[in-house]
Design a protein around this ligand. Structure first.
Ligand code: NCD
Length: 299
């Protein structure tokens, strides 16, 4: 039994094991699921909106024979003023694992300190989203057969997107060549870049504008509007930020476009028809990857 709180807690061999487990879960899914987690109850505690993470964790749990319960902050006693710590203690008493999303950075770590059962970080503020990064790495490996040596461009609100923070570490760990492109006021934290360079010798370039000629994987994200309001100097940031047909016309035919979703104006809807758009496939990979994560944390 173990927590999954941050990509920084995983070693490369853990990531490789999770990705190969996820591939095995695809076979289990083809056979209609398994009873591996029969008798277990997984509790989802979501204090922020979610479609994919919430639902795919429920589906993943059920495909492995586990039951699920959902805590919704708007319809529970949190709305009456119950503290986060009390909520975590109560849910820990009811379930065998907690999947938690919260707007405050560090909440998953706080939960892990209070809970006897494994805690899975489903997004803590702008900090991290490790299960999304594992889905992203799995998708890249599945599409390209490898991660090492690929040119991966991370494009978007790199200051506030937790998916980007977890993915930067995962890509550096796996030996990808990384290019960061964002509006000037929404750049990746310099400390995160220098840590990834120091720990993995990662090749990380920073460019002021998107250019796709050499890109194998274009990973985009939306402006994290819910966090922009709190951040200084970000008013109006990213107003003209997004992918255009002109940019895409210069990309390699084999480039893959990924996105954690939800996408907004940064990806015009007509891009969905481009064969390079792989984000719906990526979202579907959330099921086998989260099945592998549940197995890793519960067994
Ligand atoms: C992401 C998140 O919540 O950080 N969504 C997701 O889990 N797929 C990305 C986002 O909200 O932009």
């Amino acid at each position: 039994m173990r927590d999954l709180l941050s990509m920084h807690d995983l070693e490369k061999k853990d990531v490789e094991l999770l990705l190969s487990e996820a591939a095995k879960m695809e076979d289990i899914l083809k056979r209609g699921g398994s009873d591996l987690l029969k008798g277990k109850i997984i509790a989802n505690l979501f204090f922020e909106p979610s479609t994919r993470t919430n639902i795919s964790f429920q589906v993943a749990a059920r495909r492995l024979g586990a039951g699920t319960v959902i805590f919704n902050s708007e319809t529970s006693s949190a709305a009456k003023g119950e503290s986060l710590a009390d909520t975590i203690r109560i849910m820990d008493g009811y379930a065998d694992a907690l999947v938690i999303r919260h707007p405050q950075e560090g909440t998953a770590h706080l939960a892990a300190g209070l809970a006897a059962h494994p805690v899975i970080n489903a997004g803590d503020g702008a900090n991290e989203h490790p299960t999304q990064a594992l889905i992203d790495l799995y998708t890249i490996k599945k599409l390209k057969g490898k991660i090492e040596g690929l040119n991966v461009t991370l494009f978007g609100d790199l200051a506030h997107a937790r998916a980007m923070h977890s993915l930067l570490w995962g890509l550096a760990m796996c030996g990808a060549k990384i290019t960061l492109v964002s509006p000037a006021s929404l750049s990746m934290d310099e400390k995160a870049i220098s840590e990834a360079r120091e720990k993995f010798g990662a090749a990380i370039a920073i460019l002021p504008a998107l250019s796709l000629e050499n890109t194998d994987i274009l990973y985009m994200c939306r402006l994290q509007k819910e966090r922009l309001g709190q951040a200084k100097g970000t008013k109006g940031a990213g107003a003209n930020f997004g992918l255009t047909s002109a940019l895409l016309s210069r990309a390699k035919p084999g480039m893959a476009m990924l996105h954690p979703l939800p996408k907004t104006s940064e990806v015009p809807p007509d891009m969905d028809a481009d064969p390079r758009a792989k984000y719906f496939e990526q979202a579907k990979n959330g099921i086998p990857v989260r099945m592998a994560i549940l197995k890793h944390c519960l067994m």
